[in-house]
Design a protein. Structure first.
Length: 120
């Protein structure tokens, strides 16, 4: 085998090695991101739903990564409402109520103006 053939073969194997390394690093980063997303999912769900025990659910979700049976328990818990309690309203509910009131006032004003225009 000649020296030039060895160099050509070596460079193609170097490229494949670097490609495999890049794929492995990408898979590692993707797996880490998936674990992070799964760990925070029950806590975020509980917070968005205004669950009164959202912090405990978040802790249970993160512990569920170490002890897998806890993770589905945390996710189900995030959707349950404790007996005898109503969940707290989501944080933006007040803003939605204000926007609804403003919109209904504007509609009432438009209806009054249309009523005056029709009476003429």
């Amino acid at each position: 085998m000649s020296a030039s053939a060895t160099l050509i073969g070596q460079s193609s194997f170097d490229f494949i090695w670097w490609l495999c390394l890049a794929i492995l690093v990408g898979l590692f980063i993707g797996a880490a991101w998936c674990l992070y997303w799964l760990g925070k999912l029950p806590g975020e769900t509980a917070s968005r739903r205004g669950h009164p025990q959202a912090t405990a659910i978040a802790v249970c979700g993160w512990l569920g990564l170490l002890f897998p049976p806890l993770w589905p328990v945390a996710l189900i818990w995030a959707y349950l409402v404790p007996a005898g309690r109503e969940p707290a309203p989501p944080p933006d509910l007040t803003g939605l109520k204000d926007a609804l009131k403003t919109t209904s006032d504007r509609i009432a004003e438009i209806e009054r103006q249309l009523g005056k225009a029709g009476a003429r």
